[in-house]
Ligand binder design. Structure first.
Ligand code: ZN
Length: 93
């Protein structure tokens, strides 16, 4: 059902700051959010209907007061998300 869930409960990730996104509660809420908001909001603004794949924090998670506040969430496709996060941090791929 969810091949994208590589559960690593004990040895979560080597990047501490990203562990929020590897947490089950987040995955579940994010999944539900994307069901309610199935289209990428950035693409929609330019008139494209692209399925959303990522729940993004409008104000970056690290500096927003409450990462669980859905008013700060937006649905993005992978492309828009990497474009946006490319602005926030240096891209290492
Ligand atoms: Zn998009």
């Amino acid at each position: 059902m969810r091949p994208w869930v590589p559960i690593t409960k004990s040895g979560i990730t080597n990047r501490e700051r990203d562990s929020f996104y590897h947490n089950n509660a987040w995955r579940k809420s994010s999944e539900r959010f994307l069901e309610d908001n199935p289209l990428c909001i950035a693409c929609e603004k330019s008139g494209l209907l692209i399925p959303s794949k990522v729940t993004d924090h409008i104000i970056p998670k690290d500096i927003c007061p409450d990462p669980w506040d859905k008013k700060n969430w937006q649905p993005l496709c992978r492309q828009c998300h990497s474009k946006k996060s490319g602005k926030d941090k240096t891209h290492f791929k």
